[in-house]
Design a protein around this ligand. Structure first.
Ligand SMILES: [Zn+2]
Length: 342
């Protein structure tokens, strides 16, 4: 089986964006604030957007199942207050749930949280619980910077975040550490803010001792771990300076990296530097980089090609990257598959 652990509903029907625009207008003018029930999207519309996009590409490229969460750049937790985020997150999660019901063999959900800058993350728990218990979601996306590029929240190792971690441990779900759109002109959303955040998360985890408090907590650092694998020597050296254990003990029982790296040399480096048990297949397809690489003639985000071509992985290693590690890091995914006899 080939499990893509990083997919977003980037192709949702236009009505979703129109509803969101009305919601944003309603922040200034409450008379314009739409009700959630005013968004109407039929199953046929959902089917159409998936069959002609993500599912079509999954079939072409040969992946079976995608862990599917709301469009990350649209989370925009910095817009409005908690109530705005809560309504928006509920709508976006429900759409991913409906996709997972329409295509149960191909999609399973991961939740967006209703984060809001300066608001206690405890407020996210009801949506998190609903997504896991009612929708069967197997993970969450946790935004370490709900301000959208201004980094006003404490580091991920701070007790501020512990209510989320306690719930994650209780429900046995991992979090992908995933920022949203940047409203800071210095940081391009997917080119700088995403990669910066991935790198920042790794360094925060090195500086702290979070996994002493939560030995079973699991984080997936997307986009190949940002700059961390490329600079692994720097991070090993910094951990040493900080008198931390070796990264293999300090981080790698709890931290995993996806393969959303869009060229062969990047995947070669990732699979050479990071132990294979910590690498999970992902494409984030129809995401930030939708084009075709003129050097290869293939889509940049067709990441399976790079996994196939790298000389660093044996057949047993590829099984781990494609399936085995995902089952281990996402126990609820494993349970859902086993229930279907897979
Ligand atoms: Zn993403």
């Amino acid at each position: 089986m080939i499990i893509d652990i990083h997919g977003h509903y980037t192709t949702a029907p236009k009505a979703l964006e129109e509803w969101r625009n009305r919601q944003i207008a309603g922040i200034k003018d409450p008379a314009q604030m739409p009700k959630a029930a005013e968004l109407r999207i039929s199953d046929d519309e959902l089917r159409e957007t998936i069959e002609t996009n993500q599912l079509k590409k999954m079939r072409e490229r040969g992946s079976d199942l995608t862990i599917f969460s709301p469009r990350a750049s649209f989370m925009a937790h910095h817009i409005g207050d908690f109530q705005v985020s809560a309504t928006w997150a509920a709508i976006c999660n429900e759409l991913c749930y409906r996709v997972s019901q329409l295509f149960p063999d191909h999609f399973i959900g991961a939740a967006m949280l209703p984060q809001s800058p300066g608001v206690d993350p405890t407020s996210c728990i009801p949506e998190l619980e609903k997504s896991v218990k009612e929708y069967g979601f197997v993970g969450i996306n946790l935004n370490p910077d709900p301000s959208g590029g201004h980094w006003t929240s404490p580091p991920l190792t701070d007790r501020h975040w512990y209510p989320i971690y306690e719930k994650m441990v209780e429900l046995d779900i991992p979090a992908m550490i995933h920022v949203s759109t940047s409203c800071n002109a210095c940081f391009h959303t997917t080119g700088a803010h995403y990669i910066n955040a991935d790198t920042t998360a790794v360094m925060q985890l090195i500086q702290g001792d979070l996994f002493k408090d939560f030995p079973t907590l699991k984080f997936v650092i997307p986009h190949g771990g940002g700059a961390a694998p490329y600079h692994w020597g720097r991070y090993r050296g910094l951990a040493q300076e900080l008198k931390k254990p070796l990264l293999s003990e300090h981080l790698l029982n709890n931290v995993f990296f996806d393969t959303c790296v869009y060229h062969q040399p990047g995947i070669d480096l990732l699979t050479k530097v990071i132990p294979v048990d910590n690498v999970l297949f992902a494409s984030e397809m129809i995401g930030a980089v939708k084009g075709i690489d003129p050097e290869t003639g293939y889509y940049y985000d067709d990441t399976k090609r790079y996994i196939e071509a790298t000389l660093n992985l044996s057949a047993a290693d590829r099984y781990k990257v494609y399936e085995g590690n995902a089952r281990r890091v996402y126990p609820r995914l494993d349970a859902a598959l086993k229930q279907k006899g897979k």
